[in-house]
Design a protein around this ligand. Structure first.
Ligand SMILES: N[C@@H](CCC(=O)N[C@@H](CS)C(=O)NCC(=O)O)C(=O)O
Length: 202
């Protein structure tokens, strides 16, 4: 049984959403998200940098939500939700998956970390603005990419939309005034998916 170590509203949403899309059975392992528990030996044995999520499938233990998504696709999806590997389409699909986490979510995650580390008046406005500007560049790039198409890869929903969906979720929470109106049809389409709705309730 696939086990997903989960904290609501964190990146564990990605593998959960994918399991829901594919109809895969999985078990949720709730995680104490306190800094103290995440720094504990018990949790560091599961995620050495003290972050969430983690995934276990038999003897396999993983951190990194994007790698979990790719593993679940390759192991269980029988070609669904990603273009054939080695094609130009797969290259673009993969580009959006990486972009979602390494370029788009990065300044948003740092925004969260900065305000947690330096709460209230201790936060540095210039740093916050710079991170917001970098995230806004990404949100604009995604918005441009989905104009006149239902999903990132065209008419078909793919796991790249799951990767991006979580990053947009973060942007909607952290920089709502920088999310362009033009992105909303795409974001609403993702939120309307029954599998997404089930995954946010877990
Ligand atoms: N690149 C990692 C990022 C993991 C990550 O930043 N997780 C957040 C929750 S969504 C976290 O644990 N933050 C706590 C911290 O960084 O202190 C992934 O995609 O799994």
């Amino acid at each position: 049984m696939i086990q997903i170590y989960h904290v609501p509203q964190t990146r564990s949403l990605r593998p959960i959403w994918l399991c829901e899309e594919l109809g895969l059975a999985y078990e949720i392992v709730p995680v104490d998200f306190s800094a103290k528990y995440r720094a504990s030996d018990e949790w560091r044995k599961i995620n050495p940098v003290g972050k969430v999520p983690a995934l276990r499938d038999g003897a396999l233990l993983m951190m990194e939500s994007g790698a979990m998504v790719q593993y679940l696709l390759d192991r269980y999806a029988e070609g669904q939700l990603q273009p054939p590997r080695g094609t130009a389409e797969h290259a673009i699909y993969s580009q959006w998956c990486w972009f979602a986490e390494s370029t788009f979510a990065r300044p948003l995650g740092e925004l969260v970390n900065h305000t947690r580390q330096f709460p209230g008046p201790k936060s540095i406005p210039a740093v916050m603005e710079e991170m917001k500007d970098r995230a806004a560049l990404s949100v604009d790039a995604v918005s441009a990419a989905v104009q006149n198409r239902a999903y990132l890869m065209g008419a078909e929903f793919s796991a790249a939309d799951i990767m991006m969906g979580y990053s947009i979720f973060l942007a909607d929470w952290l920089i709502p005034d920088r999310v362009p109106r033009e992105l909303l049809p795409y974001w609403n389409r993702l939120k309307a998916r029954p599998a997404f709705q089930r995954s946010v309730l877990v």
